[in-house]
Write a protein that binds this ligand. Structure first.
Ligand code: DX5
Ligand code: ZN
Length: 212
């Protein structure tokens, strides 16, 4: 079985020393840097915007896996693309202009991602799969780190994997929320595992290795 990519979420970092944390994650063997952007509207929490990404981009070679939890992402896509997003993921629930957003992202040579909340059916994203490089399955309600993995989402991951294989699509599956050493083992069909609190709770390198 091929190794999964591990994407630490900086949501659980100490923001007072964000730069140092990112350098530590890179040294610890992270494959991608997962960046949770929240607007206080789509989710009941606020984080950071494109100017922060632009500054941290200078510190690391890690690819930026940007998870936009913002309403009407079409208004800010260009900012995140210019700030150095390598993957840019929008939520299907966040806008009426999903197709438009994905086309903007793809035309900028950035990998386009689509994400779904736990209560959203897989059917909602099927019409857009020909436009995406990544699907981000949420295994917690978006908004906060440190929540418990919703095991019932496993069947969604499996159905998605089946669909991708049958249609011969080139799409990475990423799983986000409540990932730890135990729940990681349930995500056999994932290509990328996002983990925040688990990685930041102890030695970053050991934690990252334990998820592969
Ligand atoms: C939640 C975010 C996640 C979060 C995961 O809205 O999308 O990326 O940081 O945190 P843990 O791994 O602690 O569940
Ligand atoms: Zn996330």
């Amino acid at each position: 079985m091929k190794n999964k990519k591990i994407a630490p979420s900086i949501l659980s970092a100490n923001f007072a020393k964000l730069g140092e944390e990112i350098i530590l994650l890179e040294k610890a063997g992270a494959d991608l840097l997962h960046i949770d952007v929240m607007d206080g509207v789509f989710v009941p929490n606020l984080t950071f915007g494109a100017p922060v990404l632009k500054d941290i981009k200078k510190l690391t070679k890690l690819k930026f896996d940007v998870h936009l939890m913002i309403t009407n992402p079409e208004n800010l896509l260009k900012d995140f693309i210019n700030a150095g997003a390598d993957y840019l993921t929008i939520h299907v629930e966040a806008t009426k202009k999903v197709e438009n957003c994905l086309k903007i992202i793809k035309s900028s040579k950035v990998k386009a991602g689509i994400s779904i909340k736990p209560n959203t059916k897989l059917d909602e994203i099927i019409p857009y799969l020909h436009l995406v490089d990544l699907v981000l399955i949420m295994t917690v309600e978006p908004g906060f780190g440190g929540q418990s993995f919703l095991t019932e989402q496993i069947s969604k991951i499996k159905s998605l994997k089946k669909y991708i294989t049958e249609k011969n699509l080139k799409i990475e599956i990423s799983v986000d929320g409540g990932i730890n050493q135990e729940t990681a083992k349930l995500c056999t069909d994932a290509d990328i595992l996002v983990a925040g609190s688990y990685i930041f709770s102890k030695n970053y390198k050991t934690q990252i290795q334990s998820l592969r």
